[in-house]
Write a protein that binds this ligand. Structure first.
Ligand SMILES: [Zn+2]
Length: 187
């Protein structure tokens, strides 16, 4: 660490003191950056982040015993948490439910073709909201409630499987979520 050209020793020390105060003030939230600059933080307050440990350029530090402050690690943690939540909710994934329905003989809508068939889509609003099965009528680019196709059959098939709850009141759309035990407040 050197000061700027023309800076007195006192000014330089003052600058360093300010940098250290700044880091103390930010606390755990301010602990980030490369391993080379980790000397700015008190020993024991930081550790090498396991996400970047094996990469020559990605090596960085995180606060000890706390989540990493780097944006890429925050995004990764959010993805992992969302996946875990989806699994914990017991909701179906579009891919798995779609394959299951196709195996049962329901026509999956073919890409780029306007033949009648179903499609399974993730619901907006996060992992707790489950998926929806929609039915496209022959030649339709959108599901139409006036053309529910085989959706009543599909709803009955999923219900009969016993694994998921199905909300279907006619029309071209059925909601599928995890089946909750009786008395579960989440439904
Ligand atoms: Zn990290």
């Amino acid at each position: 660490m050197t000061g700027s050209l023309g800076q007195t020793a006192a000014e330089c020390l003052d600058m360093i003191r300010q940098l250290i105060d700044d880091r103390d003030e930010k606390g755990t939230a301010g602990i980030k950056g490369t391993v080379e600059y980790a000397f700015w933080f008190a020993p024991g307050t930081w550790e090498v982040c396991p996400n970047g440990a094996d990469s020559a350029y990605g090596r960085h530090i995180k606060p000890s015993d706390a989540p990493c402050n780097e944006d890429s690690c925050k995004r990764l943690a959010a993805r992992v948490a969302a996946r875990k939540a989806r699994r914990a909710q017991g909701n179906p994934t579009p891919a798995a439910l779609s394959a299951q329905l196709a195996r049962a003989g329901f026509e999956r809508i073919a890409h780029g073709r306007l033949s009648a068939g179903f499609r399974v889509l993730k619901n907006e609003g996060g992992p707790a909201t489950g998926v929806r099965v929609v039915w496209y009528g022959e030649g339709r680019r959108l599901p139409l409630d006036s053309e529910p196709g085989r959706l009543a059959e599909i709803a009955e098939f999923i219900r009969a499987g016993g694994k998921y709850a199905v909300r279907y009141n006619g029309g071209a759309r059925a909601e599928v979520t995890a089946r909750r035990p009786a008395g579960d407040p989440r439904r």
